[in-house]
Design a protein around this ligand. Structure first.
Ligand code: FES
Length: 126
């Protein structure tokens, strides 16, 4: 059975140039938008799985697709949402649709948290 998704307008493409990242709050959820070189757009949880610092405040390198969290320098690959350091820490990924220059994000209506947290032992690291 397909899962119900509510599509929410996030930004226009004029507000999210290729190579940019941006944070938005959609339906009360912090979301990180990424416009990758080449045109693909991704949406991930907006807060770090470690200790919930805003990911948009991190150091973003569009050429490698890597983001270093400003909190304690955990590193993520924003092409996939995968944790690089530490590995095995996957960002929650939302569905994205683009039409008429509008970026829309699909919020699953599943009653679950759309935010992955690191394990408690990983969260204790800094
Ligand atoms: S809050 Fe992101 S690395 Fe600690």
């Amino acid at each position: 059975m397909s899962q119900a998704v509510r599509w929410v307008d996030a930004l226009s493409l004029d507000e999210l140039w290729e190579g940019d990242i941006a944070d938005v709050e959609l339906d009360g959820e912090p979301v990180l938008l990424v416009h990758l070189p080449g045109g693909s757009i991704k949406a991930y949880q907006g807060l770090c799985p470690h200790q919930e610092v805003l990911l948009v405040d991190g150091e973003w390198d569009e050429s490698t697709g890597r983001l270093l969290c400003s909190g304690h320098r955990w590193e993520f690959d924003l092409r996939t949402g995968a944790g690089i350091n530490p590995a095995g820490c996957q960002l929650y990924q939302y569905r994205v649709a683009v039409s008429d220059d509008k970026v829309r994000v699909g919020i699953a209506q599943d009653g679950l948290s759309h935010h992955h947290r690191a394990s408690s032992s990983e969260r204790a690291q800094s």
